[in-house]
Write a protein that binds this ligand. Sequence first.
Ligand code: A2P
Length: 326
Amino acid sequence: MIETTTLNTGAKLPLFGLGTWQSKDEAEFKLSLRAALDAGYRLIDTAFVYQNEAFIGEILEEYIQSGKIKREELFITTKLPFTAHSPLDVAKCVELQLKMLRLDYVDLYLIHSPTGFKHQPDSYWPIIEDGLFANDTTPHIETWRELEKLYHSGKLRALGVSNFSAKQLQALYDAAEVKPTNLQVELHIYWPQEELRTLCNKLNMTLTAYAPLGSPGRKSSRPDGDWPEGDPLLEPIVTKLAEKYHKSAAQILLRHATQKGISVIPKSTNPKRIVENISIFDFKLSPEDMEELSGGIKNHIRLFLHEYSAHHPFYPLDDVDTSKLE
Ligand code: A2P
């Protein structure tokens, strides 16, 4: 049984689900999505920019129409692309996403990134000026007001944000009528996001970890191009606990986060790992082992630098702890 946490709407957010970033190969992804649904996954996390919402829609329709899964048992999260922050784009984009997902509503909808960019006249591909994406400086609250309308219409059942810093989140929270109920950020043992976790608790918000395994298969998007050092799956404390609990290193990392009440969405297109990753609700880490995983691990990896943008509302990095970027 997948454990859950509760959104401010009263809906239950599963503490475990499937991440789908970099799941673009149609045949492989559809196989893995079926494997995930068959293994009991009910939370599927996607985004416009992942370019797989149409594949997900096809499979969900198949499972719902055949009666294997009821719509209300599913929890579908998707995200507003960073090229659709303009109030003129939000409703149109959500409509397109619902159509691709073949759904009447999504369970949770997030602003994908605090930084917006302008899009091409006939698509959501960004406009490039002087080799850079052209910024769209729409204030977050203006985008949010459009999402609030879609929330009231029932098309978006809950709202949240992704990759926002504490300051950005607090500012949006203060101005919002419909309060954000979920924050999704990169989170793993090397970057436990304690400041954001404390803030989310204070604001009665839930927290979702992307890259909970440290994203072993991912290329860095850091400006310096360097792949951060370290691999949480190979961390000695993690492999030691894997032996102790007769679990895999991945299961230790995923259990650690969920035991803190954090929802995790590891991506996998490998059927064996898909089954392995969900098998984390049949054991508990001791308080001492939780403690050991939560502190004292010195490596810092940080894959994404969403705050970098010359026109960003909080430029120049006034609330980013730049020591963590080293
Ligand atoms: P694969 O899709 O081949 O299983 P994250 O969600 O932290 O970004 O991690 C995703 C990456 O971790 C993918 O490259 C995925 O590869 C790999 N992965 C997923 N589950 C496991 C696991 N149980 N053990 C090792 N690697 C895994």
